[in-house]
Design a protein around this ligand. Structure first.
Ligand code: ADP
Ligand code: MG
Length: 683
């Protein structure tokens, strides 16, 4: 390959080496197993492969309608081949009177079929025998524009097979290969590009997916071992405060799930090893009090605790809730966010450094240099996926010698498969039970046409003393238009409910104004809260029992579930009404139906993963972790589980990979370390 094309491959596809190229796997295979005659073609066929000759070529139309049309026949009938782009190039390449193999999607126009931008190759003994699956590779527009198309890639891969395959090493222990009947690596890298048939292709895919997941798990589990070894943690053991809290101040009996989780966390914090634990719990499952109980052990042992939240509103809410508990226990607590004034910060910094201040709640502002603890024993991080890894580690480093224990709380139920991949080096605790007495939220779907009935329902609920949320989505990129949308909604609500006090909260209000409006709603002074998704996280108003979501079809599944979690916090029956237009895409239908069917956050997260794919679910911040070569977290959950079990067993038997039968694994890890591209994928 010439230097210009090589540079293009590097830039567009990140392909620098033979290894990169051979790992540029097809994303699809065209079925070239058989030829059709033109007469057999039907509209249902996704693709057809035909063999014949071009009888006539002409350029028709002008300007934007200009196209090249070729008449193609195989003796049983004729079809048209059409090009809208690359007309000159195609005219140069393709001539009447030569035998061609043509492949593409047939579309009927009147009495004749036509194929737009078909693949056309001179007929050879190799391609006219049929009986193969043709790889289709990921490409960029830029590559195509420079005529590096699928054909070029196929040719490259063919050349590479003879050059590189002899150097491909087995990477899995033979015992594993035998046990799971996996294809050998050498064979797999051949069959993944040029599979003989569907069944062999499946075997090759399984083998390569397993390998990918196995090495990710191996690395994550190894990290965990190393950390357990190396990072001494505080060993906290004084439970006096805890006992006092349990005996005198506990506001409600803990659920069994809460008790179990507290036990797990206490065991970690007493062990002398640094804790790194993910606390998962559906909205309303009561994570806050668990976090507070964990803080008690730390404070009782003369250390401090911090809670970091992703937004100002959420930090504020945590502070309010924790203050109630902390004040009852006479524990000094403070809030630090970006809007705390300089003058107010100084005494706070001093109290923190002297160790008088026991609990600090805040936003990113906590990470600033001046924020120094006397002895930070526990860092609780809420809604972790919104923080980057680098930010988290800055929190860890607030102590010079010993890392604080880390508890990451997430209200987004993360499907097991994802949790295993993303947090494979964390321990996971799950609160899988809601406090008693909660009635499941009733979720209803209504079309916009039935708005009047919904208004009637709102009126009834207000008469019963309840409060209502009405949430509008962010629709446009432009904040101005979104605001207009929200304001229109606000106006029509005030018109429909004269005399009913209405609050409004959106992202462009000043924090003080937001807090003022929130506070009015919390005090039950306003009955309806019109808001954008700023209320998605955290806000807790037990008397609010109805959540109306406008344009529900525009929200993601997990987001809808989060929003719904704002109600159902009190003793009353709560409702969630999903308002949509009449026309729903198939996917939107699935989302709405799923939400109406179930309240189970994990079930919803699984469905979301299937619909959207993992990259979306976690936001771009962590997409690097999920940038898998071949495995698909949404589909390969079982394989991931097996890979994890095997990786774990291997490490248990041979933590340093010293046994001769594990040499292949050790060597592969060395190779991956050298390859920056691979390594960054999973670190
Ligand atoms: P989340 O897990 O969503 O952060 P919170 O910690 O905000 O949930 O708890 C939701 C509500 O449930 C709060 O009002 C809290 O006081 C209450 N709560 C938590 N645990 C219990 C319990 N065991 N029994 C009754 N109410 C509880
Ligand atoms: Mg919470």
């Amino acid at each position: 390959m010439g230097p210009q094309r090589a540079a293009l491959l590097q830039k567009e596809l990140g392909i620098f080496t033979f290894a990169d190229l051979i790992q540029h796997y097809p994303f699809r295979y065209d079925d070239r197993t058989r030829f059709f005659s033109v007469r057999e073609i039907t509209e249902e066929m996704p693709h057809v492969q035909v063999r014949g000759r071009i009888t006539k070529m002409e350029v028709v139309g002008a300007h934007r309608k200009k196209r090249l049309v070729a008449r193609f026949t195989d003796g049983t009938g004729d079809i048209e081949l059409v090009w809208f782009q690359g007309i000159n190039w195609t005219l140069d390449k393709i001539k009447p009177g030569i035998d061609y193999v043509v492949f593409g999607k047939p579309v009927r126009y009147g009495s004749r079929f036509s194929i737009a931008h078909p693949e056309v190759e001179p007929s050879t003994t190799a391609n006219s025998a049929g009986g193969f699956l043709q790889p289709v590779y990921p490409l960029s527009e830029k590559l195509r524009a420079r005529h590096v198309d699928n054909k070029v890639l196929i040719k490259l891969q063919q050349q590479l097979q003879s050059l590189a395959v002899p150097h491909v090493h087995e990477t899995l222990p033979s015992e594993l290969i035998r046990k799971h009947r996996l294809m050998e690596k050498k064979e797999a890298v051949q069959q993944i590009h040029f599979p003989k048939d569907q069944q062999i292709l499946l075997q090759a895919q399984t083998r390569l997916k397993f390998e990918e997941l196995f090495f990710i798990q191996l690395r994550l589990l190894k990290l965990k071992l190393v950390r357990q070894d190396k990072f001494r943690g505080f060993a906290f053991s004084d439970t006096t405060l805890l006992t006092q809290f349990y005996n005198t101040q506990l506001p409600f009996p803990l659920t069994n799930a809460q008790k179990r989780v507290v036990k797990e966390i206490y065991a970690d914090m007493k062990s002398g090893r640094q804790m790194n634990r993910l606390l998962q719990g559906d909205v309303g499952s009561g994570k806050t009090i668990v976090a507070f109980i964990c803080m008690l052990l730390v404070i009782g042992s003369d250390a401090q605790a911090v809670l970091m939240a992703p937004t100002e509103i959420l930090a504020q809410q945590h502070f309010t809730n924790l203050s109630r508990l902390a004040n009852a226990m006479k524990l000094p607590i403070a809030l630090l966010t970006g809007s705390v004034k300089k003058a107010d910060r100084r005494p706070l910094h001093a109290a923190l450094q002297a160790g008088h201040l026991k609990i600090l709640v805040g936003t990113h502002a906590l990470l600033e240099e001046e924020v120094k603890f006397q002895r930070l024993g526990l860092a609780v991080i809420d809604e972790q996926h919104r923080f980057g890894v680098a930010q988290r580690s800055r929190l860890w480093q607030k102590n010079a010698d010993t890392y604080p224990h880390v508890l990451v709380m997430t209200a987004t139920p993360i499907p097991r498969t994802l949790a295993m991949t993303l947090y494979g080096d964390l321990d996971v605790s799950v609160i899988d039970e809601l406090p008693k007495g909660r009635k499941p939220i009733k979720t209803i779907h209504r079309f916009d046409a039935h708005r009047l009935q919904v208004h009637g329902f709102i009126r009834e609920q207000i008469a019963l003393g309840r409060q209502i949320y009405i949430v509008y989505p962010l629709i446009d990129e432009s904040e101005k238009l979104d605001l207009k949308h929200l304001m229109d909604g606000y106006e029509s609500i005030t018109r429909a409910f004269p005399g009913v006090p209405v609050s409004i909260v959106h992202g462009q209000m000043k924090p003080e104004a937001k807090d003022f409006e929130m506070a009015r709603f919390v005090r039950n002074e306003t009955k309806i809260m019109v808001a954008t998704t700023v209320i998605e996280v955290g806000v807790d108003v037990p008397n609010a029992s109805v959540m109306i979501i406008e344009n529900a079809e525009r929200f993601g599944l997990s987001q809808l579930h989060q929003l719904r979690g704002r109600v159902g916090r009190g003793a009353e029956q709560s409702y969630c009404v999903l308002m949509t237009g009449n026309k729903l895409s198939a996917e939107a239908r699935v989302r709405i139906d799923t939400l109406v069917r179930t309240n189970n956050g994990f079930e919803i997260a699984e469905a979301d993963l299937k619909l959207r794919g993992p990259g979306d679910l976690m936001g771009t911040q962590q997409s690097g972790v999920l940038d898998l070569l071949i495995a698909d977290l949404a589909k390969d959950g079982d394989l991931l589980k097996t890979a994890r079990e095997e990786a774990s067993e291997l490490l248990q038997n041979d933590p340093s990979l010293a046994l001769p039968q594990h040499a292949v694994v050790r060597q592969q890890i060395e190779r991956m370390k050298k390859s920056v591209v691979n390594w960054s994928r999973i670190s």
